[in-house]
Write a new protein. Sequence first.
Length: 215
Amino acid sequence: MGNFTLIIGNKNNSTWSLRAFLALKHARVDFDEIMIALRPKLDREKLDKLTPAGKVPTLIDDNDYIWDSLAIAEYMNDLYPEKSFWPKDIKTRAHARSVSAEMHSGFVALRKAMPMACHSIFECPEITGDLKKDIDRVKKIWSECLSKYNKDGPYLFGKYSIADMMFAPVVFRFRSYQVELPKSHQDYCQLMINHPDIKSWLDDADPNDSAEADK
Ligand SMILES: N[C@@H](CCC(=O)N[C@@H](CS)C(=O)NCC(=O)O)C(=O)O
C-alpha cells in the first residue's frame, strides 16, 4: 500500500521533518526522500514548486499530498492502525493527543532560543522569562507522563507513540544547549537518542548544516 515520497528539510535542522520521518519509519513503509535546503539559504523556489503550503514536511502518496507533521503522523496511523501510533486506552490516548497538540502549536520561545542542530553542542543561553516557562512546561509534561505510564514501558505513554515523535526535536535541543535535567529525563533523552529510527535520522544529518540561517 502506498507509493510514498517524503519532502523534508535539512536533517540537522528541520524539526518538523524529523517528526514526519519518524512516523513513516514507525509504519515500516518504504519511501523516497526529497531534501529541500532550509539552511544556510532557504530554497524557496523548490519548496513552493514541490509543496502545496510552501513548507516541509510534505508527504506525497501517489498523486495525493499530505502536509503538516501531525497530519502525516495521523495519516500513517489511519493507514496502519495495527502499528500502535497512539495508546490504546481512550483516556491515555486523549492525554497523548493533548501533549502532542500542545507541542505542535506552542513552545515558541524554546524554538526561537534553541534552534535544532542535532549534532552540535552550544553554550546554554540564560534560562529566564518565556524560555524558562517553556522548558519548565516540557519538564512538567515529561515528569507526569514518565511517572504515570512507566508500568507500560519507558516512553512518555509507556510504548513509543506519536507523542514521543513530537518531542524528539526537544530531546536534541536539550542535548545541544546542555539544559540541566533530572535523572529520569536524562534517561528518557538517552532512550530516544538510541531509538533505531532516530539514529537513522542522525546518521544522515550533516553536522555542517548550522542552526542559524544566513541573514
Ligand atoms: N506546523 C507545520 C510546520 C512546518 C514548518 O514550519 N516547516 C518549516 C521547516 S522546519 C518550513 O517549511 N519553513 C519554510 C518556510 O516557512 O518558509 C508542521 O507541523 O509540519
